[in-house]
Ligand binder design. Structure first.
Ligand SMILES: *[C@@H]1O[C@H](CO)[C@@H](O)[C@H](O)[C@H]1NC(C)=O
Ligand SMILES: *[C@@H]1O[C@H](CO)[C@@H](O)[C@H](O)[C@H]1NC(C)=O
Ligand SMILES: *[C@@H]1O[C@H](CO)[C@@H](O)[C@H](O)[C@H]1NC(C)=O
Length: 405
């Protein structure tokens, strides 16, 4: 059980300089995604039993922002607060903010070289419903494909989702949903795939990868394949966070991975707690180059399946699971029934491959009504009976017990 805190920091920029230590731009959107991501990671970590987790918060945040763009009241407010909108109650501000941020990001990322980064969104709507025109236009702004499907054919619906996920992740995320994940009452599914394949700016030398010790906790040491590198890198000692950090740049311009190493062997939960409050950007943007880092980094692979419904409720997004949103399909309001993510990461000498599939599923409010508590009906006293054909009584009688002679 390796305890690893992993963070992919992706920054966008308009300049395309190709040097190892780029000047990374810092934006309000980046800061908001940072804090929301750390909040979600902390909750996922706390909930995970084996403590190796990987997630793409961006996949969830992107789909939530699309959902919020046509929602009202508490449904919208809670999402906007998580997304970090300054004034999440002001409709105008929120609309400007959404179109200027997540919508633009989806647009931008979906046009990057799919050889290293792809982001795709899809809306699957039940063939019994039609998309609200306003929502269809919003979805278009997110570069979203729209198709119609019969969710009551659960196997067909799962296959369609899985085929799309596989196509968009170059065959790496093939079965994120199974037939049993599909509720036949689904009205709409919002889907996202993010896939990243990056090559280290300076690859690790595979012949220097050796089994070395890794402290699982204060009393458990295991051997793991440890890669080795000696290189000038960006670095920071951050005593407030109780960590040291290094940055590993990728050949692909503007992509980098930050490793956050707690000072204490069992310091990760506390570091996650601090990060969930203020994010990591404060520290990341203080990193400075040092001449020579002797780095030992495990080579590893993690796969996570995350039920975001409970995670989102922990970070203050609960209304969408109870309160209806109108404005998504024409014929009915909807409530969110499930938010799922499957994510993986593979780190080796050459670089990193990571991907995530996210799905938000919504149903008609009536589909969420809890079955009433079961009714007790004991026929333990004299009673009457009637036998009918259609509405015609063909037999009737009474029973008072004790007459079975
Ligand atoms: C990789 O490491 C081995 C063993 O230390 C060394 O002989 C070899 O030259 C290195 N290769 C490169 C490309 O640096
Ligand atoms: C549903 O919305 C109402 C009105 O906006 C709000 O008072 C209530 O708390 C919401 N329910 C949940 C579970 O958030
Ligand atoms: C579509 O949604 C908008 C709000 O986003 C709403 O004003 C409009 O009435 C909806 N149209 C239909 C046909 O439901």
């Amino acid at each position: 059980m390796k305890q690893i805190l992993l963070l992919f920091v992706v920054t966008i920029t308009s300049t395309m300089s190709f040097d190892m230590f780029s000047n990374y731009r810092r934006t309000d959107l980046g800061n908001s995604i940072d804090i929301a991501s750390m909040k979600l990671l902390k909750e996922i970590y706390d909930k995970s039993s084996e403590k190796n987790v990987v997630t793409s918060p961006l996949g969830v945040l992107t789909l939530l922002s699309l959902y919020a763009s046509v929602s009202e009241g508490k449904n919208r407010e809670e999402i906007m607060r998580l997304l970090g909108a300054n004034d999440y109650k002001d409709k105008q501000n929120v609309e400007y903010w959404l179109s200027d941020s997540y919508e633009r990001l989806s647009e931008h990322y979906s046009k990057m070289d799919p050889g290293f980064l792809s982001l795709a969104n899809k809306v699957l709507v039940s063939d019994r419903f039609t998309l609200n025109d306003t929502f269809a236009i919003k979805a278009g702004g997110y570069n979203t494909e729209v198709s119609s499907i019969d969710f009551s054919e659960r196997k067909g619906a799962a296959d369609a989702i899985n085929t799309w996920s596989s196509q968009k992740s170059i065959g790496k995320i093939n079965n994120p949903v199974s037939e049993s994940d599909i509720d036949p009452a689904t009205v709409i599914a919002l889907l996202n795939v993010i896939f990243f394949q990056g090559h280290w700016f300076v690859p690790f030398n595979a012949s220097e990868t050796k089994e070395k010790e890794f402290n699982v906790d204060r009393s458990t040491v295991v051997k793991v394949p440890m890669m080795h590198l000696e290189q000038s890198l960006y670095y920071l000692e951050d005593n407030n966070m109780g960590v040291r950090m290094i940055e590993l740049p990728y050949q692909e311009t503007k992509f980098r991975m930050i490793i956050v190493l707690p000072n204490d062997i069992d310091g990760l939960p506390e570091v996650l707690r601090k990060a969930s409050e203020k994010g990591l950007h404060e520290s990341i943007f203080e990193m400075y180059p040092v001449e020579e880092v002797h780095l030992d980094l495990p080579k590893f692979e993690i796969k996570s399946k995350i039920n975001f419904k409970s995670i989102l409720q922990k970070v203050g997004v609960s209304s969408i699971f109870k309160n209806e949103s109108t404005g998504i399909v024409k014929e009915s309001s909807v409530v969110v029934s499930e938010v799922l993510q499957e994510a993986f990461v593979k780190i080796d000498e050459e670089g990193a491959t990571a991907g995530a599939f996210t799905g938000i599923f919504a149903v008609q409010p009536s589909a969420l009504i809890e079955p009433p508590p079961h009714i007790i009906f004991k026929v333990d006293r004299p009673f009457m009976f009637v036998i009918l054909h259609d509405d015609i009584v063909i037999f009737t009688g009474t029973y008072s017990g004790n007459n079975m002679k």
